[in-house]
Every structure is written in structure tokens, then in C-alpha cells.
Design a protein around this ligand. Structure first.
Ligand code: FES
Length: 247
């Protein structure tokens, strides 16, 4: 959300015909959200630096070519931004279609059914059909990593948004995760062993918190289902001050 760049100076721009004023250094995604306009997104979160990989948050800017990602584009004085048009809606549906084409369609059996950002965004962009798909026989994505006692990694459900990699780096500073291969084979992996338990992972859970699907999921959610209530608190066991969700 560019929060570290935010300065006291403000700028005024137009979003969907509404004049809005935001602090200089604010991203278009954040400027829209501050003014009640929710742009679809998957790779951006408030707790991580903008990354611009999912291409869902595309917008139109008057006088500029193309469709920039609003999470990585800073608001500028006098900018005229459109967050919705027929063209943007189609682009977002097409992007989401590609994600879903490489994702198991077992939502009703999934432990996070009803609490899944991928599912929410598919609904938000109006995706109804997927015209093409992967065979689902990718051996690289068939094996779950259950080595960590607290959480499970299911690569078949990973959309390679890098939120877990960035959380491990930016929140925990551990750099335990990376990506390997390309295309349908691309996969997030704990290096260098490719197993969470024997990797540099310190089981802080930042990656699990950051995951927008069920690719990284707490074992107790698999065993007992989603909690009825959660709260954000600060871990009392060390001086780092990590905030985390408790059930
Ligand atoms: Fe902007 Fe993913 S949220 S590219």
C-alpha cells in the first residue's frame, strides 16, 4: 500500500468520476479503497509491499495507454482513473479464468470454502465458465507437504501470487520460500530441501496468514474446519512483535 512512502502532502484525482484527495505516495488501489471503491485484487495486501503479479487490479487512466496495475501505480495530481468498464471487466474475467483453469474445482470439499479470496474474486469478477483447463496430472503439484506439524502445503491450490514468499521475507525476514519452474509447472517451494520441516522455515505462520487460497492451511483448520471467531493479537513469546490471528 506504499505506506512507507506516504508523505503529508496531498493530491487530488478523479476516480470513477468522483474527486478524491489522498496523501502523496498512495497507490491507486489504496486511493480507491480509501474512498469506498473496491478494485478486485489477489496479490496485494495491506501488510506487504505492492508486487503487481496477479494483474486483477487493472485500471484505465485517461491519456495513458494500456491497463496499469492499480496496486503498483501511484496516484498523481489531476489523474482521471476508471476502475470499471466493459473492457476491464473482460480482462479481469480472462485473468481469473486462467487462475481457475489450473486450480482444483473442489470448493465444496475444501476446508476454506466460504473463506477463500480466490473464490471471492472469481465471484467479484463474474466468472461463470472456464473455457480451457489443465489436465490436473501435474506430478509436481500432486504431493502435499505435510512435514510441518502446524500447517500443510498443497501445491495444487497454489496460484503463485508470491504472498507467502513476500510474507516470509518482509514480515519474518527468513527468506525460506522461493519459486521454481515456469508456466503450469511453476510452484512455490521451501528451499533448498523442498520440504517445510527441513527448510529454513521457522513455523511463524506468516505465509499461512498471507495465502489467499487453501494452498497453505493450518492443520487444525483441516481437522476441525474454519473457526467461528478469530481475533488479531501480538505474539507474546519473543520481542519481534508479530501480529497473528488466534481462534
Ligand atoms: Fe495489483 Fe495483483 S493486486 S497486480
Amino acid at each position: 500500500d506504499f505506506s512507507s512512502n506516504v508523505k503529508s502532502k496531498t493530491i487530488t484525482l478523479t476516480i470513477d468520476g468522483n474527486e478524491v484527495t489522498v496523501p502523496e505516495g498512495t497507490s491507486l488501489l489504496r486511493a480507491a479503497a480509501l474512498n469506498g471503491i473496491m478494485i478486485p485484487k489477489l496479490c496485494a495486501t495491506d501488510s506487504l509491499e505492492p508486487f503487481g503479479s496477479c494483474r486483477l487490479c487493472l485500471v484505465e487512466i485517461e491519456g495513458k495507454r494500456g491497463y496499469p496495475a492499480s496496486c503498483t501505480t501511484l496516484a498523481e495530481q489531476g489523474m482521471k482513473v476508471k476502475t470499471y468498464s466493459q473492457r476491464l471487466a473482460k480482462l479481469r474475467r480472462n485473468v481469473m479464468e486462467l487462475y481457475i483453469s489450473d486450480h482444483p474445482l473442489d470448493c465444496l470439499m475444501c476446508p476454506v470454502d466460504g473463506d477463500c479470496e480466490l473464490q471471492d474474486m472469481a465471484g467479484a469478477v463474474g466468472l461463470r465458465d472456464v473455457r480451457y483447463g489443465f489436465s490436473g496430472k501435474n506430478h509436481l503439484k500432486s504431493e502435499k507437504d505435510k512435514t510441518n506439524p502446524y500447517f500443510t502445503f498443497d501445491p495444487a491450490k497454489c496460484i503463485v501470487c508470491f504472498r507467502c514468499v513476500r510474507a516470509c521475507d518482509e514480515i519474518q525476514g527468513t527468506l525460506a520460500l522461493t519459486a521454481r519452474h515456469r508456466g503450469f509447472d511453476s510452484i512455490i517451494t521451501p528451499g533448498p530441501t523442498h520440504e517445510f520441516l527441513s527448510s529454513e522455515c521457522v513455523s511463524c505462520g506468516a505465509c499461512v496468514m498471507a495465502c489467499p487460497t487453501a494452498a497453505l492451511i493450518e492443520n487444525k483448520v483441516i481437522e476441525k474446519g474454519l473457526p467461528l471467531k478469530t481475533t488479531i493479537t501480538t505474539c507474546a513469546y519473543c520481542g519481534v512483535g508479530c501480529s497473528f490471528e488466534v481462534q
